[in-house]
Design a protein around this ligand. Structure first.
Ligand code: GLN
Length: 538
């Protein structure tokens, strides 16, 4: 029978509930248990796919093509698992299902209400996500006291009632602020947020206390007493040098005992490999500078998976990655040398929309001509083809139709239908409000023998990577590109998946998003090799 750990947040947002949840899951996973995770988002959007990066940060794409919250990415990276659409749901999805069922007569004419119908839908989704696992860690987005969170709180309360007592645990992540003027840590906000939880009918079994100062014993005792939790279940959580250090810190702070006691299980996590990787992140022996060319540079959260994937590669190569954030619009103004000239490698990330594109093209030209290791991801690959067509094939007006619908040479173009492995018309596209269809989720690709792509991915015949894009390289230009020295190094059912350049030490563009499959323990092969090439270029 699956055991459930519900993680709620108190006092304010941004306390790191996602990392807390993922860290607890990691400890259980490394103890040999089968663990999965679920994020519940109380907002009304059906998914974050159409939300602006300003609102939401990164949209994380699962293997089955769901556009999910960025916490799902943390979960996969920590527990080294492949999650799916059912590991993240929103109020929007819950209401969509309930209303659909009501329209279809599924409730047999009953009055549909938040309790029981909406809450039952939530409970079913939680139970389904836990099926087949020893543990499901459920993170509830938002903060206790939010109106939109109430149906979810009620579902948690009811599940606690429905299931055996030893099968559910509530962990509350809270803030213990330090008031400099008084020179004191304060417990009152946490007491109030736990009171609010208890008013709803949930008494937490554990408090994870975010604090910038060490928690003295008497304060822990006070929290235990006032919030009605065991003393050893008040866990201090200070700021960590790396998010991957948090599971190790939790173990140091004694999290194993209260969890083992609550569930009556033995926990012996093997954190040896994990600790070594964390050591390489915190105290690396080497260092590289990577130019990260993008346009949302004040919004680094929108590149979360990619920066984490670089960290994973760095951890495996015992190398610190200094990211040189390069605004593509600045490159348009001052030229590539000025902005990326002192970098060991150049990375052009994915993106949508015309802003900053010419700057990215300049960065690509610079990396190509100066033989600097280059990795282009999604838009970064599409633009490397545009750049090659313009400057090597001398097709001056070559462009993606995303940026010029009337380009005489539409080297990147819009296709409305994708064919999947079995030759069926693609199933996982969704109608995009921008027109066209998105290619989403995992697809197989075949790397060509002898290419850098093949060398990086090793010896399997077929590999899978995830997609999130609307445009594709136009196969009409394949022959001309190859003749001029561009190698089509990866293909997926006739679609161009990756390109390289013959007379360049390491220039790779990939249509997929390799960052979505990189985990701390199993870094993505092409990103690992890119960082490796950067270290050679120092
Ligand atoms: N804008 C491009 C497309 O839609 C690239 C998308 C991306 O980089 N994720 O195809």
């Amino acid at each position: 029978m699956t055991k459930f750990i519900f993680v709620t947040g108190g006092v304010l947002s941004s306390l790191g509930k996602g990392i807390t949840s993922a860290s607890i899951a990691t400890i259980l996973k490394q103890s040999g248990l089968r663990v999965s995770m679920l994020k519940i988002d109380p907002y009304l959007n059906v998914d974050p796919g159409t939300m602006s990066p300003l609102e939401h940060g990164e949209v994380f794409v699962t293997a089955d093509g769901a556009e999910t919250d960025l916490d799902i990415g943390h979960y996969e990276r920590f527990i080294d698992a492949t999650l799916s659409a059912q590991n993240n749901f929103t109020t929007g999805q819950v209401y969509q299902s309930v209303i659909k069922r009501e329209r279809e007569g599924g409730y047999l004419g009953k009055t549909i209400q938040v309790i029981p119908h909406v809450v039952d839908e939530i409970k079913n989704r939680v139970l389904n996500a836990g099926e087949g696992f020893d543990f499901l860690i459920v993170e509830l987005g938002g903060t206790v006291g939010d109106i939109e969170g109430l149906p979810f709180m009620e579902a948690i309360r009811e599940l606690r009632h429905d299931l055996p007592k030893t099968n559910t645990m509530n962990i509350h992540v809270t803030l213990i602020p330090y008031i400099a003027a008084a020179g004191e840590l304060k417990t009152k906000p946490s007491q109030h947020s736990v009171q609010e939880l208890r008013r709803i009918g949930i008494t937490p079994h554990m408090l994870v206390c975010r604090t910038e100062q060490p928690l003295p014993k008497d304060l822990k005792r006070k929290l235990a007493m006032s919030c009605d939790v065991n003393y050893d279940a008040v866990i201090e959580c200070g700021d960590a040098a790396s998010i991957y250090q948090v599971p190790l810190n939790f173990i140091k702070e004694g999290i194993l005992n209260p969890i083992s006691n609550h569930f009556n299980i033995k926990l012996k996590p093997n954190m040896d490999k994990w600790s070594t990787l964390v050591k390489h992140i915190i105290l690396p022996q080497h260092e590289v500078n990577i130019a990260f060319v993008g346009k949302y540079l004040d919004l680094k959260e929108s590149y979360k998976s990619l920066t984490e994937a670089l960290t994973h590669a760095g951890a495996h190569l015992n190398t610190k990655i200094n990211i040189n954030w390069c605004d593509s619009e600045r490159i348009e103004d001052v030229g590539a040398y000025e902005v990326i000239g002192n970098s060991d490698a150049v990375l052009v990330a994915g993106g949508f929309g015309h802003r900053g594109v010419e700057g990215k093209l300049k960065a690509i030209q610079y990396a190509r001509e100066n033989k600097i290791p280059y990795l282009g991801i999604c838009l970064g690959m599409q633009l490397s083809i545009v750049e090659y067509c313009r400057n090597v094939l001398e097709l001056e007006d070559a462009n993606s139709v995303e940026f010029n619908a009337d380009a005489k040479n539409p080297v990147i173009y819009l296709i409305d239908e994708f064919i999947d492995q079995s030759g069926e018309k693609q199933l996982r596209t969704h109608e995009s409000p921008m027109g066209g269809t998105m290619r989403l989720g995992e697809y197989p690709f075949e790397p060509k023998e002898g290419t850098n792509l093949k060398k990086a991915y090793g010896n399997d015949d077929i590999y899978y990577e995830r997609h999130r894009h609307r445009y594709e390289a136009n196969p009409k230009y394949k022959g001309a590109l190859e003749k001029a020295g561009m190698i089509i190094s990866g293909e997926s059912n006739g679609l161009i998946e990756a390109v390289e350049i013959e007379d360049h030490p390491w220039f790779v563009g990939v249509q997929f998003h390799p960052e979505f499959t990189s985990h701390l323990e199993t870094p993505n092969p092409i990103i690992l090799e890119f960082v490796n090439q950067a270290t050679k270029n120092i």
